[in-house]
Ligand binder design. Sequence first.
Ligand SMILES: C[S@@+](CC[C@H](N)C(=O)[O-])C[C@H]1O[C@@H](n2cnc3c(N)ncnc32)[C@H](O)[C@@H]1O
Length: 238
Amino acid sequence: MAFAPWSRAIERVCEPELMEGAEQALAYAEADFSATDQAMVERIACCFGAQLGERIVDLGCGPGNITFRLADHHPSSLVVGVDGSGAMLAIALARLDQLRLRHLQQGERPRASVSFQQARLPCPQLQGGYSAVVSNSLLHHLHDPQVLWSTVRQMAAPGAAICIRDLRRPADQIALERLVATHAAGAPPVLQHDYRQSLRAAFTVEEVEAQLVEAGLSQLDVGAVEDRYLEIIGRHPI
Ligand SMILES: C[S@@+](CC[C@H](N)C(=O)[O-])C[C@H]1O[C@@H](n2cnc3c(N)ncnc32)[C@H](O)[C@@H]1O
């Protein structure tokens, strides 16, 4: 019996890794992800406590949405955002300048706790020893998911907190269109298009579990979150 095309399981279709276009980066930076970004930062605090250690890295940081929130939550940590896109990092650095200016105008000491580094992963030159490795919405961009897991192993100190969140690939085309209608109906066309592509490029919980076994990271827990995310959380072995 032939299945209707919209009820067939969706195969993964990769999207471009880096978000290099200036228009695409700006549209992303202007979109409001504040509720889900805040939820991630609170989830990290809830799982690992108020202290994340001295150095936190945010892989695939984009314009720094999560990076700045982590720095606010963990003022005694140094937070480093890493991304391969010059367009995204230009926005992140402009935000950092604005933040420093605001602190100066308010008579506060400028914060030195946030910095950004341009690097396309995999990047063996990146230093390790981070007490926390965080990443939001990078995994689905990577054509080879092992790039993220080998980078986690490269950068995490023994016992480091690890929290990765990403989209989860929907079961079929009907479920995909339902997610677009629920979460992106009012978004600009460029973001709606990106959202569809991202959902198609994302992984399932079972696929990520297999990736972690291959990477020797099976101590990390993988779970579905809400209708569209997956989360990978745990500690690096001591
Ligand atoms: C959807 S954005 C997420 C941005 C940010 N983490 C956030 O939560 O807002 C994905 C980011 O991953 C970056 N990226 C994709 N592949 C990469 C790679 N191989 N190395 C470094 N950055 C990469 C893209 O340039 C983009 O900025």
